[in-house]
Design a protein around this ligand. Structure first.
Ligand code: FAD
Length: 596
């Protein structure tokens, strides 16, 4: 089930006022009509081309035949339709062959495509991410020979970071590149887990590979970035002979099975030509550009998968009849729809508040990315960038954690049927389980947030967040029905900031102890941020509710109920969790290894 258009319209126009982006030169001549048209096209292609084979590409994983990975036949027409409509190029500048659309509109489209078929959409999303990295860090020649064909759909792209022994710890990678007298580098080594690492969907694949040069400094400072096409790309842009990149195998996954996941062996014949991207030793810094955008993409995928499952659960709960309400004395009375049962309603409301809260957060982040692009001066741009960097691990990890919970409850609402392959909720659950792991595992983001993002520059980004949240609190206090939520948010902010200050001090004395509960901190700060986004949604809904009628009135009432649920059932969870973080609880560290 596709993510509902009504909520996307609510977020884009009523909450985030995307039409105002037209005030900036970058989006001049783009208005709501343009954005609506783009979304109409996304829904059409998602429904007609992506959704119909989502189950088939889950059943029939890509196979290796003749050293190449082959996908099922429907994939090529789907990717062609996507590229014909220029979705890969959506946010790129006109001069690079893009449509220069706002990131927030493109992310809304991502939610549509990923709710239809997340695995297949990955090929295109990775290509856009790799092309964006080359635009910002590559040479003019690389832009011409690689980016143009990627945006046109002739080439796809990947990100090659992970190695069999080095996933979270990229400092330990062993891929090597050495300069060659033909002007290229020769790259050797093995990468694993490479999404879209091989397939039959494009003329070639541009791998962006992290590797170390001879004499490079140790650790992450010694990593450089290379563009390594699977097949050589000539000066005129045509594709030539293979480039000594061997598909050594495919990983067989729990979900997301429509995307190939490859083990790639580079330079077995010592003839793998690589082109350095940007300056030597700055590879990880460059790669972070792709990863940060990808992480908001991962959050969006998590939301889309949770939302799709919530839609399935809601439809099922309206249809499925089972039992009678407590107190009903007549066994001959007809069974009620399970939607009538209090516990089912609670499960549905929990799903709603997580997925709609997550959607509000990821689209807010995308809107910030637009503000960064449109900023009038460097200082403004740097401030927005810093703030977005703080929110990025939350958008990725909170959404992956709680939208997966939504998938779990969607199965529960289906009862035993949810545990079969006859309903899509089990596939959606398996697909969403990945988001917790890739683009930095959940625990790594907790460390990144607590050890770096909230304490860097004397906590400047966190102060910015608090100021923005307090702006909402001030206005929400003027509404009798929202004022209690405003007070609850204020109390949670005080709790979170005091915890952060305590940890900042503890970090200097005993970092292992200070960070032992970093994941709890991430989950809690995530809850505070999502509570804020719910309060913003509720303010909009409250204003619109009065004048609305029929299904529109229900829509706004639903927003107000979900906000109330989040503040009553979810936000209070942060109190005990933050207490554990603040008190430097060492239970998990204290247990002896042999005691597990
Ligand atoms: C389906 C799929 C697609 C992927 N696609 C790509 C891709 O396209 N390109 C790519 O380069 N990679 C890709 N990856 C790899 C992915 O990014 C890694 O799996 C991830 O970074 C974790 O690395 P790892 O699997 O080696 O786990 P490890 O790093 O071994 O981690 C195992 C566990 O230990 C924890 N841990 C590790 N170190 C620490 C620490 N210092 N402190 C606290 N906890 C720690 C982790 O949080 C995790 O829970 C993909 C993975 C999967 C499963």
């Amino acid at each position: 089930m596709l993510i509902p258009r009504r909520d996307l319209d609510f977020q884009l126009h009523e909450v985030l006022d995307c039409a105002a982006l037209a005030d900036h030169a970058r989006h001049a001549a783009q208005d709501r009509e343009v954005f609506d048209g783009v979304l109409d096209t996304a829904y059409r292609i998602a429904a007609e081309r992506f959704a119909p084979f989502a189950a088939a590409c889950d059943r029939e994983e890509p196979r290796i035949v003749g050293g190449r990975a082959w996908t099922i036949p429907d994939t090529r027409a789907a990717l062609a339709a996507y590229n014909d409509a220029s979705f890969t190029a959506a946010t790129f500048d006109f001069e690079d062959g893009g449509l220069q659309l706002p990131v927030v509109v493109a992310k809304a489209c991502t939610a549509v495509f990923s709710s239809a078929n997340v695995a297949f959409h990955s090929y295109a999303a990775l290509t856009a991410g790799a092309a964006d990295l080359l635009v910002s860090c590559g040479s003019p020649d690389q832009r011409l020979r690689f980016v143009r064909p990627m945006l046109a759909g002739r080439f796809t792209g990947t990100m090659c970071l992970s190695e069999p022994h080095a996933g979270s710890s990229l400092a330990d990678i062993s891929c090597r590149a050495r300069p060659h007298d033909d002007g290229h580098y020769r790259l050797t080594g093995t990468k694993t887990w490479i999404s879209g690492g091989d397939h039959d969907l494009a003329e070639t694949i541009v791998h962006l590979v992290l590797a170390k040069l001879p004499g490079a400094p140790p650790g992450v400072r010694g990593i450089s970035l290379f563009a390594v096409p699977r097949d050589r790309v000539r000066k005129d842009g045509s594709v030539g002979e293979p480039n000594d990149v061997r598909l050594a195998g495919l990983n067989h996954k729990m979900g997301w099975r429509g995307t190939t996941n490859a083990v790639l062996s580079f330079g077995e014949r010592d003839d793998c030509r690589a082109e350095i991207v940007g300056e030597a030793h700055r590879g990880l810094e460059y790669m972070f550009r792709m990863m940060n955008a990808a992480r908001i993409g991962v959050g969006t995928n998590a939301v889309a998968l949770g939302y799709a499952a919530y839609g399935e659960a809601l439809a099922y709960a309206r249809e499925r009849r089972q039992g009678r309400l407590p107190g009903s004395k007549d066994p001959g009375s007809p069974p009620v729809a399970i939607l009538r049962h209090g516990d089912v309603r609670r499960m549905l409301l929990a799903q709603k508040c997580w997925v709609e809260g997550g959607l509000a957060l990821v689209l807010y982040c995308a809107r910030l990315a637009d503000e960064e692009l449109c900023a009038s001066d460097a200082a403004e741009r740097a401030g927005i960038h810093r703030f977005l960097e703080l929110l990025t691990p939350i958008a990725k990890s909170w959404s992956s954690e709680y939208c997966l919970e939504a998938n779990k409850l969607a199965i529960q609402v289906h009862g035993g049927y949810g545990y079969t392959r006859d309903f899509p909720v089990e596939r959606l659950y398996r697909d969403n389980r990945l988001n917790h792991i890739h683009e930095g595992a959940h625990g790594i983001h907790g460390l990144d947030l607590l050890a770096r993002k909230v304490v860097a520059e004397d906590g400047a980004a966190l102060k910015d967040l608090v100021a923005r949240m307090r702006g909402t609190i001030d206005s929400a206090r003027r509404s009798a029905s929202l004022a209690p939520f405003a007070e609850a948010l204020e109390a949670a902010i005080v709790d979170a900031t005091q915890t952060t200050a305590g940890i900042a001090t503890a970090l200097r004395d005993d970092p292992v102890l200070a960070l032992a509960n970093a994941t709890l901190y991430l989950d809690s700060l995530g809850h505070v941020v999502v509570a804020w986004r719910w309060l913003v949604q509720a303010q909009v809904a409250e204003r619109a509710h009065e004048a609305a009628s029929g299904s529109e009135r229900d829509f706004y009432a639903g927003k107000l109920s979900a906000c109330r649920y989040f503040f009553r059932y979810e936000l209070p969870r942060t109190g005990p969790a933050l207490r554990l973080v603040r008190s430097l609880d060492d239970t998990a560290l204290a247990i002896p290894d042999g005691g597990f």
